[in-house]
Design a protein around this ligand. Sequence first.
Ligand code: NDP
Length: 450
Amino acid sequence: MSKYNYDLFVVGAGSGGVRAARMSAGLGARVAVAEDRYMGGTCVNVGCIPKKLLLYASQFQDEFKDATGFGWTVKSEAFDWSKLITNKNREIKRLNSVYENLLESAGAHIYNGRAELTGPHTVSVDGKNFSTERILVAVGGWPHIPDVPGREYAITSNEAFFLNQLPKRVVLVGGGYIAVEFAGIFNGLGSNVTQIYRGPVFLRGFDDDARSFLAQEMLKKGVDLRFNMDVSAITKSSEELTVALSDGTSINCDAVMYATGRKPLTANLGLEACGVTLGKNGAIVVNDRYQTNIESIYAIGDVTDRINLTPVALAEGMSLAWDLFSADEKIVDYEYVPAAVFSQPNLGTVGYTETRAREKFGSVTIYKSTFTALKHTLSGNDEKTLMKLIVDDASDRVVGVHMVGPDAGETIQGVAIALKSGATKSNFDRTIGIHPTAAEELVTMRDPVT
Ligand code: NDP
């Protein structure tokens, strides 16, 4: 009989924590999970899921316009924000209970309360103490607004999902996933959108062609992109907010949303008192088996601030559970992790950017295609699609695929399997296309651009 109440105490019921808890309980471990906010964490409540629902809502405007070229007359385009938010909230509530049921049916004990680590083997939840052989910290991250005068008037993605009404004019600050995605969402829903980014082109770290191509497409859809620009202050009057910019100009608006990154939520968890080493931005430092410097304390997902994506946290949760409670070892492979920015149009990516591929492989060949999707020959929509392949000359292996276009996330998920399996350009060339699709372009690009 173990001297501890639990084999694993998970702090945080987000994507990674829930997966680790479920898997561990399924493997026979005695598991507890503490959560003081919402079941399912950021992804389910204020991230991936509600974002994608809002994205769907925002795409109808283009769909209505596109429909006319196909003979449809769309009579009413009235949009009801409150209805969207109510319906979205209902779905999220359903998912919260799905998560709760999954944990309970796996046999994990749920504690709804604020957990604090009181030692290497002890956790207290709202004053109730538990002993545990191991602790897993999976508390995720939280949006960060830099120290700009008037920052108290700005919202983050957390609040954007619950606004009482759709702001007519929105200023988005930042050039990462969230800012780009919300620029498209608000624009599609009919708001007047300005996006402010401090660098020359947004989405730093993504392939340069994809970045600039997406910027052009967003401009065409009416988003006012201001690059090489900073916010110097935000002020509020009775009617509106005013955003003063680094070039001396200003913008009046109804909402200012900051999406300038997220920080690990490690404050007031008792980590310092336990001696857990924290790194940059308060991220928990772990080894390749998710173990902190304190042997019995582990961490996965956004709180470790590495690849902050839900599927990565899920993979880490599973890997840790297998590691701790089974004879099997399932190491997470962080190479060729695909990703999509749910911008409009989507940006899907897997593997190396052209710049990074040149650095790593030296000699590479680039294939690139820009085209109008078949649908838009009748819709009259001037949206274009970009496909780009990067091939390592020495091995003929395709080491990067980047796409900007409708459903790029869906397309790139399949391509990621090929890249992960080591597909070469000649494998791509020998693959028969599916006609007529946009994706067939991936297997029909024959002439390199460089
Ligand atoms: P990101 O880290 O992606 O982007 C932050 C942006 O804010 C960058 O453009 C950055 O500029 C800018 N920035 C940072 N600090 C400042 C500052 N002081 N002043 C002005 N600009 C600043 O963060 P997000 O908030 O967009 O998203 C957080 C994370 O959530 C992402 O990294 C991603 O891992 C995850 N996510 C994933 C999604 C998906 O998979 N589709 C969707 C949404 C989020 P610079 O580049 O110059 O540093």
